[in-house]
Write a protein that binds this ligand. Sequence first.
Ligand code: ZN
Length: 189
Amino acid sequence: MENRSFYNEILTEHNVRPEFKHDLPDADIVLEGVNPSCGDDIFLKLKTDGDTITDGAFVGDGCAISQASADIMLGMIVGKKKEEALQMGKIFMKMIKGDASEEEIDSLEEASALRDIAHMPARVKCAVLGWRTLKEALLGEDADDDDDEDGDSEPDYESLWRPVRNGLQSIQIRRVFHTHIDKNTRCFL
Ligand code: ZN
């Protein structure tokens, strides 16, 4: 049933022609997510109205999987309630851990193209970067409940997610954390 080349096509399409990779000047939440093991570094930008995510975008750099995953995620969550977006994120994490049912994976639509990442431990952090950043952006400090943790993240991993609410702060964060990124470990896919 799974068609690997079809999945690859989805990922390639989102990577080459991302729909949501652009600035969003009037975003009310901006959060940087960094995956030092690969060098992925994105800024997730959300516009919200009460409980609803009315618009979203991302900018930054990273491997094909991190970029495609963030772009697919935004296509799923824009226009949705925050709670629905968090629920999708939970199912996505479950899929990445290899614990989701077929029905749950189907509910993820295009994001299900990343299901094989469950068998590629080195790429898991690339695939979940957008979703983890989203969770922290919506929940702030309450995002530490660790219900989706695989338990083997490096100790300073959590500290890489910091809310950025103005340009000045973002510059400081970039300066601090970029020193941890080893360019030699950047992924090539
Ligand atoms: Zn990556």
